[in-house]
Design a binder for this molecule. Structure first.
Ligand code: NAP
Length: 291
């Protein structure tokens, strides 16, 4: 049987990098990064899709600089808002399936219980608005697509909270960390593994479950909790909880964005472990010898 061609965008990113490795056993993986396929360039997207003719396209590329997006609104919208719609349109034309990632930042954080998929989105910042635009652009095409919203993604490469905390811990005696924003940290590898597990049922079975899903680890945490968990028992640095109001950033951030994952779990028959278990796995993997 012919192996399916799988086009992955953003393959140097946290989730994209893990996916590209995992999917090799599922098909011919065409990996693209910004240099090979600039998602801000609609013609390049069309050319890449028509050239590769994938049966599956996984859009792991995104403009993820939340604060910078306040200034670079047009670029964030091109990459996060427009590109997913073009990928979806081209996927539909080819009869391909699209898997796309979105974010907890589509919500305003006013909730006090986990957000289900059908909760009304109301992004507080330009990044969240651009990602919501992307979700809507995909839906408007009627393509077969799985949109997986996740949150607080980290790993051992790229830019993320875990690596920032580790760097700051080496430089400072005290870290002041926001304690009044609540969400769920997700190791990029666990998100990629869950995506691969969905796909293990085959492309047709996956396509039958097209829709919007919340894909997240269990439990919840503040950034302060997450920092404490990253640093473990180390006596230094001291970690001090602070309020969001004491740490102004260009982008406003929602105060509560825990995602309800019941729909994902009942549809696909599995869920993700608690975020602390994911973190333990990530930290253990980083200790393993490579090569
Ligand atoms: N990171 C989070 O906390 C988080 C939370 C919720 C949802 N998500 C979503 O999860 C998905 C994957 O995120 P991630 O954490 O893996 O992000 P990431 O590590 O920032 O990776 C995104 C990748 O997209 C690439 N990219 C940016 N602009 C591009 C362009 N114009 N053309 C092509 N590629 C471009 C980046 O390349 P460069 O490095 O060259 O910029 C990067 O390799 C995204 O849809 C994101 O919105 C992420």
């Amino acid at each position: 049987m012919r192996r399916p061609t799988i086009l992955v965008t953003g393959a140097q990113g946290q989730i994209g990098f893990e996916l590209a490795r995992l999917l090799v056993s599922c098909g011919e993986v065409v990996v693209t990064d910004r240099a090979k396929l600039d998602l801000a360039d609609p013609d390049a997207i069309v050319a890449a899709m028509r050239g590769a003719k994938p049966s599956l396209v996984i859009n792991a590329g995104a403009y993820t600089a939340v604060d910078l997006a306040e200034k670079e609104v047009a670029l964030a919208r091109a990459v996060n808002g427009r590109a997913p719609g073009i990928l979806a349109e081209e996927a539909k034309r080819l009869g391909a399936l699209l898997i796309h990632y979105s974010t907890d930042y589509v919500f305003d954080g006013a909730a006090t219980a986990p957000y289900p998929e059908d909760a009304p989105p109301a992004p507080l910042n330009a990044y969240g608005a651009s990602k919501l635009e992307g979700e809507r652009a995909i839906a408007a095409t009627g393509a077969r697509a799985l949109v997986l919203r996740t949150s607080w993604v980290y790993g051992m490469r790229g830019r993320n909270f875990l690596l920032t905390i580790r760097r700051l811990a080496a430089e400072r005696d005290e870290l002041a960390i926001v304690a009044d924003q609540i969400g769920v940290p997700n190791w990029c590898r666990i998100v990629a593994e869950a995506t691969a597990r969905i796909l293990a049922s085959g492309l047709s079975a996956t396509a039958e479950r097209a829709g919007l899903y919340h894909l997240s680890s269990g439990g919840h945490a503040s950034w302060y909790d997450f920092a404490r968990a990253i640093l473990g028992d180390a006596p230094r640095p001291r970690v001090v909880p602070i309020a969001t109001s004491s740490y102004p950033t260009p982008a406003r951030r929602p105060s509560y964005t825990v995602l309800a994952t019941v729909k994902f779990e009942t549809t696909f028959g599995f869920g993700l472990p608690d975020w602390r278990e994911g973190l333990a796995r990530c930290l253990a993997a980083s200790e393993e010898p490579t090569g």
